[in-house]
Design a protein around this ligand. Structure first.
Ligand code: ADP
Ligand code: MG
Length: 586
């Protein structure tokens, strides 16, 4: 073994550059953060060769004094903190004082800067560790030119991907900073061509999100701004209709810093769980603001990870804020009429094509369904009878027909509403079950004639041992024999379900997971199963009154826009869209 010696300072910088300057995009990120920290309102970026040949960042920030230029490019030199106390409440993007030194160690770096009071700019150029300062010309602000990244460490170049890939990473870095700073304008050129322009006319997160993801995303999102206990969560949460196949539109910023944090990701996933299909990924841009002393940002060389002092409180806060924001019915997404339309004048008769049941039986079933499921719903408003009270038409309109025993068709001001009746009813039951169970008042309904259900030995044992939880869920069961029970009462909301199927499903859940888990983490899954057993099935004929009751109930129920599996429960087709189908007016 050779003897131990301190490393050459140039080599030290080259080693640490490995962490900071992993690829052109990481160097660009550091330069952009410096511009933002310098209070710039306009940042112009020019890249060549995906950032490998050249990176230029030009800002209109406060600039650097001539005498400070040497420090700017020296390792462990920063204007942002001076003590441990400063570090603990740091609000700037940078604070480690090593980015420029690291970039300079592996490239050819030139930095020009001019403060507002200076008569002209100064430039510092670093070549092979040697610095040279000379006068230069520049408007107030700073311009950093990085030529031939990895000039001094050609071996690293081998790890770089193709030029388009490296550019995509740079573009993403610009997008993140642009999202977090809607008050700053950005321009991005690549190989001499203009690629992006984010202007800050209004300077709001909404304006910037629209510029980055398009107006449609903003229209399809919930805007939230919730504060409690020194925590604030704001931004845009995409509704299920704005969800995507991949996680590419998921942005979280903690005190303005883009982070990837498992705890936050988990809270967000949970908030979406009840409304999003398992194959879809939510889209969101969320900003968490937290007292700087409650979060450690010095965990990762690239500062993309954070550590919270009270992780559980942060998780709870994010989950609840987002869950509540996403609970809406989604009715605000109903298109507004593009021209005056008149909503139904007289009630329509329900039309069914699919059902083979005798009419008398169908009417009887339908009446029973309406009387019980909707007995608390006020009688549906009569369809309006003249064109001058169009404003009062409810958002989902009035039912006009049932299609193939599956869809309810309704007419609203903008056109046609199509409802998947099973999916919608299932969600309504599920939400009502959740509310009743949360309030510890699951309403039970005694059956006029108790139903006899045969069970296997395992199920019988559960009926005996889990009597308490079964009662809590609204089931009153009596043992008739070693193989059979009498179902005396069912949850009132589910009284039309097949008692045997329903009770077996509930016992299976309790058997598989245990009573405690069924009431805790499995609660929603369990209630969803119960709701599914009782929701109206295909081919059940509904009267117009029932259909209208269903629509009114959907309008009044949280999360009714998605079924329990995250699929949509209704869709709107506007008259304008129908006109296009028929080429009317062309
Ligand atoms: P850090 O940002 O962690 O302080 P850097 O190496 O990125 O470390 O930058 C060193 C110092 O150079 C900064 O603290 C800042 O004072 C100065 N500086 C760098 N870039 C700019 C800029 N664009 N405008 C003004 N000052 C800058
Ligand atoms: Mg920095």
């Amino acid at each position: 073994m050779p003897s131990i010696r301190p490393l050459d300072p140039i080599l030290v910088n080259q080693i640490s550059a490995g962490e900071v300057v992993e690829r052109p995009a990481s160097a660009l990120k550091e330069l952009l953060e410096n511009s933002v920290d310098a209070g710039a309102t306009q940042i112009d970026i020019e890249l060549d060769g995906g950032g490998t040949r050249r990176i230029i960042v030009n800002d209109n920030g406060i600039g650097i004094e001539k005498d400070d230029l040497h420090f700017a490019v020296a390792r462990h030199s920063t204007s942002k903190i001076a003590s441990l106390d400063d570090l603990e409440r740091v609000m700037t993007m940078g604070f480690r004082g090593e980015a420029l030194a690291s970039i300079a160690a592996v490239s050819q770096l030139k930095l020009k800067s001019r403060r507002s009071e200076a008569p002209h700019a100064w430039e510092i150029a670093i070549n092979d560790g040697a610095a040279r300062v000379q006068p230069a010309s520049l408007a107030c602000g700073t311009r950093v030119e990085v030529d031939d990244l990895y000039y001094n460490t050609p071996a690293r170049r081998k790890f770089l991907k193709s030029e388009p890939t490296e550019f995509t990473h740079c573009d993403e870095v610009v997008r993140r900073i642009a999202l977090s700073r809607p008050d700053v304008s950005f321009s991005l050129n690549h190989n001499g061509r203009s690629h992006r322009h984010y202007t800050s006319r209004v300077g709001t997160p909404l304006e910037r999100a629209a510029a980055v993801f398009g107006e449609a995303f903003v229209a399809d999102s919930v805007t939230l701004d919730v504060a409690a206990d020194a925590l604030r969560l704001s931004g845009l949460a995409g509704r299920p209709s704005a969800s995507r196949a991949t996680r590419d539109w998921q942005y979280v910023f903690v005190n303005g810093r883009y982070v990837r944090d498992k705890l936050i990701a988990h809270a967000i996933r949970q908030a979406y769980q009840d409304i999003l299909h398992h194959l879809r990924q939510p889209a969101f841009v969320l900003f968490l603001e937290i007292d700087a002393r409650s979060v450690d940002v010095n965990v990762h060389p690239q500062k993309t990870e954070v550590r919270f002092r009270a992780p559980q409180a942060v998780h709870q806060f994010i989950f609840h804020a987002l869950h509540k924001a996403l609970a809406g019915t989604g009715l605000s997404q109903i298109p507004t009429p593009t021209r005056e339309t008149v909503v139904p004048v007289t009630p329509f008769a329900a039309i069914s094509v699919a059902s083979q049941q005798p009419l008398a039986l169908r009417i009887q079933q339908a009446q029973a369904f309406y009387d019980t499921v909707y007995k608390d719903t006020p009688a549906p408003a009569a369809p309006i009878s003249s064109s001058n009270d169009a404003e009062e038409a409810p958002p989902l309109g009035f039912a006009i027909a049932q299609l193939h025993g599956i869809y309810v068709l309704a007419q609203n001001r903008a056109g046609l509403i199509i409802v998947d009746m099973h999916a919608a009813h299932e969600r309504l039951l599920y939400e009502k079950l959740k509310t009743q169970l949360d309030a510890h008042c699951m309403q039970a309904q005694n059956l006029l004639l108790p139903a006899t259900v045969t069970l296997n030995a395992e199920e019988m044992a559960l009926v005996e041992s889990e009597r308490a939880i079964l009662l809590q869920l609204g089931f009153e069961l009596g043992i008739l024999s070693p193989q059979s029970i009498a179902v005396r009462a069912l949850p009132a909301l589910l009284q039309h379900a097949d008692a045997a199927e329903l009770i077996r499903a509930v016992l299976r859940e309790i058997g598989d997971y245990g009573a405690a888990r069924v009431l805790e983490e499995r609660r929603n899954a369990m209630l969803a199963t119960m709701a599914c057993h009782a929701a109206v099935r295909a081919n059940r004929i509904l009267t117009i009154g029932e259909m209208n009751a269903l629509l009114r109930d959907m309008e009044a129920t949280e999360r009714s826009g998605q079924c329990n599996h995250g699929r949509p429960t209704w869709r709107a087709v506007t008259i304008a869209e129908l006109d296009r189908l028929f080429m009317r007016g062309e």
